[in-house]
Design a protein around this ligand. Structure first.
Ligand SMILES: [Zn+2]
Length: 417
């Protein structure tokens, strides 16, 4: 196990408030990077491991990782193209329409998307008539966006980049950052850049996975090195106030197991503050997000889950059963590594991604294969690693069950179906 200190920064202060009272609530690591699937020839080489510990700040209650892996290492093999998912295409299409109407955008309005991927959100804005600009550090994904007619600059967004944008394109009516904010360490720098770009009544809209869903739905496996912050409205409210901005509205959306869509404007804007803001703050206080108790209980629950699943799989194996896994998402590696489920328990993992087939999972090194293998070498049990999609996975694999196979849902407490 090697930890490369040159590729990691260990923060001693909270990402939002700079406070030093950080308390560790969950330790999942050290763990390899969740997207670092191994090629055949890498299978027996050592891997890089990085700490994966979750902390809560006692001052502002931000839940966060404080070990930050260099983004150039972290996103090296990033190949996610948003528009390959029809669910996301529909999600962003509706989103663009709502924002266009609500904030009375016109052909003069500029909409900027940070982390714009292949232009999935900006394409509908453009169709509605707005001017659009994408900021996407991945050059090859940026090229896909440009081919689709979305002007895109290939940079990591910052205040310096914002100054360049302002000079060339002018002020923005809307700036969006969907599923980006939780990945960025220097969110102060990011928001300063956004503020620099917004018109007087401009609106910044972010989507971030919601801490309350994380806790209530046991989404511990969404913890991996790319996800630096687990936001609540309480923490965000404090954060934006510090920067002379204000949350004007909050919605819950279904993406990524449960997210927040947060609308933010300058502190002196004419936008009305919706009642949603206060109701989120009140409900979060009631849930006890600022107390440590809720995190202790969460940790205990996850650790219990780990023991019961491991015991179940070991017993099945002792009785001579074969077990395979279904689904090799990044978060699956948090589950396998933390629960200690390796190739002594799972013979292989089925995944539809051609990019992953023929590779081995980081850490546990379980071979990833196509679904053909379920027909040629059907196991007795199939562990559903992408457990939040259990229903649709079981439906898709009716035939496996008809031939006597059984499914295992691992979380929150293991269940055989
Ligand atoms: Zn803090």
């Amino acid at each position: 196990m090697r930890i490369k200190s040159s590729h990691i920064t260990h923060r001693s202060t909270c990402r939002i408030c700079g406070g030093m009272k950080l308390s560790r609530i969950l330790s999942l690591g050290p763990t390899p990077l969740a997207n670092a699937f191994l090629l055949e020839h890498e299978r027996h080489l050592p891997e890089s491991y990085f700490p994966l510990d979750v902390y809560v700040c006692k001052a502002c209650s931000l839940v966060q990782l404080i070990d930050v892996v260099d983004p150039r290492i972290l996103f090296k093999d990033y190949v996610y193209v948003s528009s390959t998912s029809p669910v996301f295409v529909a999600h962003f299409d509706t989103f663009a329409r709502q924002v266009f109407d609500r904030f009375h955008l016109s052909a003069r309005s500029l909409v900027i998307d940070i982390g714009s991927n292949d232009g999935i959100l900006l394409r509908p804005f453009k169709q509605l008539g707005a001017r659009v600009l994408g900021v996407e550090p991945d050059r090859s994904i940026g090229t896909i966006a440009r081919k689709a007619g979305v002007t895109t600059i290939s940079e990591f967004f910052s205040l310096i980049v914002a100054r360049k944008i302002l000079k060339k394109y002018g002020e923005a009516s809307i700036v969006t950052a969907t599923n980006v904010f939780a990945h960025v360490d220097d969110i102060h720098g990011l928001v300063k850049g956004v503020k620099h770009l917004l018109t007087k009544n401009g609106v910044f809209i972010i989507e971030v996975p919601y801490l309350v869903d994380f806790l209530e739905k046991n989404l511990f496996d969404t913890v991996y090195h790319e996800h630096l912050s687990y936001f609540s409205v309480t923490a965000l409210h404090y954060f934006f106030e510090q920067l002379g901005m204000a949350i004007i509205d909050v919605e819950r959306v279904a993406t990524h197991g449960g997210s927040l869509r947060v609308f933010i404007a300058r502190a002196g804007s004419t936008h009305k503050k919706e009642s949603s803001v206060q109701s989120f703050l009140t409900s979060e206080k009631k849930i006890g997000l600022q107390e440590e108790k809720i995190y202790h209980e969460y940790k205990k629950k996850i650790e219990r889950n780990k023991v019961t699943l491991h015991t179940l799989l070991s017993k099945l194996k002792e009785k001579g059963n074969s077990i395979a896994g279904y689904g090799a998402p990044a978060k699956g590696n948090t589950l396998l590594n933390f629960f200690g489920v390796g190739d002594e328990l799972l013979s292989y993992i089925v995944d539809d991604s051609h990019h992953k087939q023929g590779r081995y999972t980081p850490g546990k090194r379980i071979p990833v294969v196509s679904s053909e293998k379920l027909k040629t070498h059907p196991p007795d049990y199939l562990l559903i690693i992408a457990w939040n999609f259990a229903e649709s996975i079981m439906k898709k694999n009716e035939e496996f069950r008809r031939h006597g196979g059984k499914f295992i849902i691992p979380v929150p407490s293991p269940k055989i179906i």
